[in-house]
Design a protein around this ligand. Structure first.
Ligand code: RIB
Length: 311
């Protein structure tokens, strides 16, 4: 059983030809809202990946924006442990998605900023705790320590990038980061492999967008190339990767298979608009992987190994 402790936001999204530069105004298309937040997106991805009961600790405001988030989590089958701080708005995110499916996001944390150490529910029955960095860092640290003491595997998606409290990484079993977050955390210059080698966690996974991902587990390195899709919106793709990865790991799937399923789920998430709305079902991932099963592209693997400094 997996517990996700993290943020829940309502996403206010507009598509535009390009993401505005500082001081620039860009005329975009129709405005849409979606259920989002890195924590809630990952909880939905874990639940939709199938095979593992998923719970989430979250904080919501007492406003109209809480309901669509609760509805999305509920329809994915996530059991909620909800904190409702007085007088605070539900978290919100303002997202511009450009014609290349890339995005720029600004988050107003609202109720997410109120999660505290004492809000953690009983850890009885859970084998994995999955967190991100859109809730207070002292809560993240307290939850990690409690989970470690209760023998859970602690998974941290260190996003958005920020300085971590001392001691947090030593409590993390599986760290998932993108390339920018990896460089910010490792504090060295060098290749992806060299950055991965610096981090103290037993397993570190770096997602590299369309290229795929690279993992270091103890001293061994693994690569998974990306799946080519017609991307319309990359929002939530990294979250889908994390949720699907943890669902697979919590069912004792080998890391290489878990990376493949998580990468396929993330690729499919890029083909639809929105965050939770774009998370694929387990069946969709299996069908996609069946179609892709004969495509072991030696050139792509070699290019990824070269990019990561493994060749
Ligand atoms: O990772 C994507 C998410 O980041 C969005 O859903 C937004 O809410 C922000 O938390």
């Amino acid at each position: 059983m997996v517990l996700v402790a993290g943020s829940a936001n309502v996403d206010f999204v507009v598509r535009a030809p390009h993401i505005p530069a500082p001081g620039e105004t860009v005329l975009g298309g129709a405005f849409q809202t979606f259920a989002g937040g890195k924590g809630a997106n990952q909880a939905v991805a874990c639940a939709r990946a199938g095979g593992v009961p998923t719970h989430m600790l979250l904080a919501l405001g007492s406003d109209a924006f809480a309901a669509p988030i609760e509805a999305s989590l509920k329809s994915a089958g996530v059991t909620m442990h909800t904190v409702r701080p007085e007088g605070l708005a539900t978290g919100s995110a303002f997202i511009c998605v450009d014609d290349h499916a890339e995005n720029a996001i600004t988050v107003a944390p609202g109720a997410n900023a109120c999660l505290k150490a004492e809000d953690l529910p009983s850890l009885q029955g859970f084998n994995h705790l999955l967190m991100q960095l859109e809730i207070p860092l002292d809560a993240v640290l307290a939850y990690a320590m409690a989970a470690k003491a209760a023998d859970l595997r602690v998974v941290l998606n260190a996003a958005p990038a920020q300085a971590l409290p001392p001691g947090l990484l030593t409590a993390v079993d599986v760290l998932v980061v993108n390339e920018g977050e990896l460089r910010a955390l490792s504090g060295v210059h060098g290749s992806v492999a060299e950055h991965l080698a610096q981090l103290p966690c037993p397993t570190v996974v770096v997602t590299l967008g369309a290229r795929g991902c690279v993992a270091r587990e103890d001293g061994a390195y693994f690569v998974q190339t990306g799946f080519a899709v017609q991307a319309v919106d990359t929002t939530g793709a990294g979250d889908t990767f994390c949720g699907a990865l943890v669902a697979a790991l919590s069912q004792a799937m080998p890391l290489t298979d878990a990376l493949r399923r998580a990468s396929a789920a993330a690729a499919l998430a890029c083909t639809q608009m929105g965050a939770q709305s774009s998370v694929p079902t387990s069946r969709a991932v299996t069908d996609f992987l069946t179609q892709e099963s004969n495509q072991t592209d030696a050139a792509a693997i070699s290019a990824l190994r070269h990019y990561a400094g493994l060749a």
